[in-house]
Write a protein that binds this ligand. Structure first.
Ligand code: SAM
Length: 228
């Protein structure tokens, strides 16, 4: 398993709360070959991927289960969004009607309740290639260790095993760190970035307490890139 590491510094402006997801989306698109024309984006959010795609698409379908995110997603003649849960089998009955050149997903599939079942369902869709970036359990590793809690995310090995089994995926693991000038900004980031998800392991109060004993001036992130 190859592991790359990249450091970044946090700047305190609203846009920067997505700094890691932005890097992940850029890196994911770097894996995409041949400027695909028909694309499915699972967990599309506000449209980080379609906003970065700099070639003409024939059809882009974004799927997300957060209505407020979908409202902010670009829409147009060739861009559609559907409200859907990628853990719900009924979604796949609908998606099966399409032929996709590429299935993409950035920073979303780690929230699946059953990642192996998810990859198995995806494998039955009609598509040529895929590229997924999935956060894994070493995200916030030292923070979880210091607080003595386990990560809500699947391990990189679990993700890789499921993806090689069902999708015959190529993969690599990328580690990022984000430095903070002080613990208050680190706290704000955890709260606002959405990286810790709805199933937050710690309450805000517990997190604040934890930051007193947190030994690093940066947060850690681990992302598995899967692609064909
Ligand atoms: C961190 S955001 C990433 C959004 C976008 N892909 C990006 O790269 O900025 C994760 C997205 O996954 C969506 N999501 C999480 N679980 C989902 C599920 N089971 N079905 C559909 N969307 C889901 C969330 O609503 C959210 O918009």
């Amino acid at each position: 398993m190859s592991v790359d590491l990249e450091f970044s510094k946090f700047a305190d402006s609203y846009e920067r709360y997505n700094i890691i997801q932005e890097k992940v989306a850029n890196e994911l698109l770097g894996l995409v070959k041949n400027k695909p024309k028909k694309i499915l984006d699972l967990g599309c959010g506000r449209g980080a991927l379609i906003k970065k795609i700099d070639w003409e698409v024939e059809f882009f379908l974004g799927v997300d289960f957060a209505k407020n995110m979908l409202e902010l997603h670009p829409k147009g003649e060739n861009i559609a969004c559907i409200y859907g849960d990628f853990d719900n089998p009924e979604l796949y009955e609908h998606l099966f009607l399409y032929d996709f050149d590429y299935i993409l997903s950035a920073s979303a599939l780690q929230w699946s309740q059953a990642i192996e079942t998810l990859f198995s369902r995806i494998s039955k869709l009609n598509f040529q290639n895929f590229a997924f970036a999935v956060f894994s359990s070493n995200t916030f590793k030292t923070l979880h260790k210091t607080a003595n809690v386990s990560s809500p995310l699947p391990s990189s090995q679990t993700i890789i095993d499921a993806a090689t089994k069902h999708l015959n995926a190529d993969f690599f693991v990328r580690n990022y760190t984000l430095e903070f000038p002080n613990t208050l900004q680190m706290l704000r980031y955890i709260k606002k970035s959405g990286v810790s998800g709805k199933r937050g392991v710690l309450s805000y109060k517990q997190t604040k307490e934890l930051m007193r004993s947190y030994p690093l001036d940066y947060l850690e992130f681990e992302v598995v890139f899967l692609y064909s």
